[in-house]
Ligand binder design. Structure first.
Ligand code: PAF
Length: 290
């Protein structure tokens, strides 16, 4: 695997690959890699000729400085995982490469109601930072494909909207959530959970699963109140939101329309760690045809 720390070096290499007609798949990450990330690498390898993964803990998307400071950075283990996953290129930029002094990188774009709910409501400024860094990374890498996970469902929707607004040729692909054996969605934050918190955190995916089932017979309001109550039960658990949303507009639904993509989304504090998860409740084939 090639490792580049500077934009010029990466771009020079990618230019040589484009001349060989190689299509580039790009997987942006913040490191602390797990099987969820590796599934994106795998999908990229199936989709494109060359896979570029970036590891950059983007300071502009953290609304909580303590979270940024504590964000895990196990770079040696990450390099090993990427090498074993046959990733072709790791872009591990210095801060100044992503945000050079004097370069305007902020993106002035409107997302309507997409970024006002859920993560947008509870993490002010978060999506501005995500859009800024993804846009900048796309400008650097210029990939043919961009692969992102369903785990950050709202992030995916906002990046899809960004690409649409930019009239971008980059093809965005969603990859399903990868779960631990007990159902907990894989996340870089899971490694910060204590053993006891980790065991209890399975409740999040179990509640989403129950909610999905319950939605067939109960009202949205009933399902929401069941889920919020269940997620508040264990000591140290504080649900921030539980929403049943339209999978396109991300707006909370009051009732279920059979033709629509419906997604249940949750954010829960487990002690000092904030976990998010989601589950598609209806019309999954809209996202994953076949
Ligand atoms: O999902 C993430 O890990 C980050 O938000 C991303 C897309 C790499 C941007 O920093």
């Amino acid at each position: 695997m090639f490792v580049f720390r500077k934009v010029v070096d990466l771009q020079q290499f990618l230019q040589s690959q484009r001349k060989l007609n190689r299509q580039i798949g790009f997987v942006p990450t913040m490191g602390a890699l797990h099987n969820g990330h590796l599934s994106l690498i795998e999908q990229s390898r199936k989709t494109a000729d060359l896979t570029v993964c970036s590891i950059f803990v983007n300071p502009t998307q953290f609304n909580d400085p303590a979270d940024l400071k504590k964000y895990p950075r196990p770079i040696e283990a990450d390099i090993r995982l990427l090498t074993n996953a046959h990733c072709d290129v790791l872009f591990l930029p210095y801060n100044r490469e992503v945000y050079p002094k004097g370069k305007l990188t902020k993106v002035n774009m409107k997302f309507g109601k997409l970024n006002k709910v859920m993560e947008g409501q509870f993490r002010p400024g978060h999506f501005e930072g995500v859009v800024q860094v993804v846009n900048r990374l796309l400008e650097i890498v210029e990939p043919d494909y961009l692969l992102m996970g369903q785990k950050d469902f709202q992030q995916f929707s906002i990046i899809a909207s960004m690409l649409e607004q930019l009239n971008s040729k980059v093809r965005l692909r969603m990859c399903p959530i990868v779960r631990e054996e007990d159902g907990l969605a894989m996340s870089s934050r899971n490694r910060r959970l204590t053993k006891e918190q980790r065991q209890k955190s399975v409740l999040i995916s179990r509640t989403l699963k129950k909610a999905r089932k319950l939605l067939k017979t109960a009202t949205v309001a009933e399902v929401k109140s069941f889920a919020l109550e269940a997620l508040a039960e264990p000591e140290e658990f504080k649900p921030e939101y539980f929403e049943i949303v339209d999978g396109r507009s991300l707006q909370p639904l009051e009732k279920i329309n059979p033709g629509k993509l419906v997604v249940a989304c949750a954010a829960v504090w487990v002690g000092e760690i904030r976990l998010i998860d989601n589950m598609i409740c209806q019309n999954e084939q809209i996202l994953y045809p076949e």
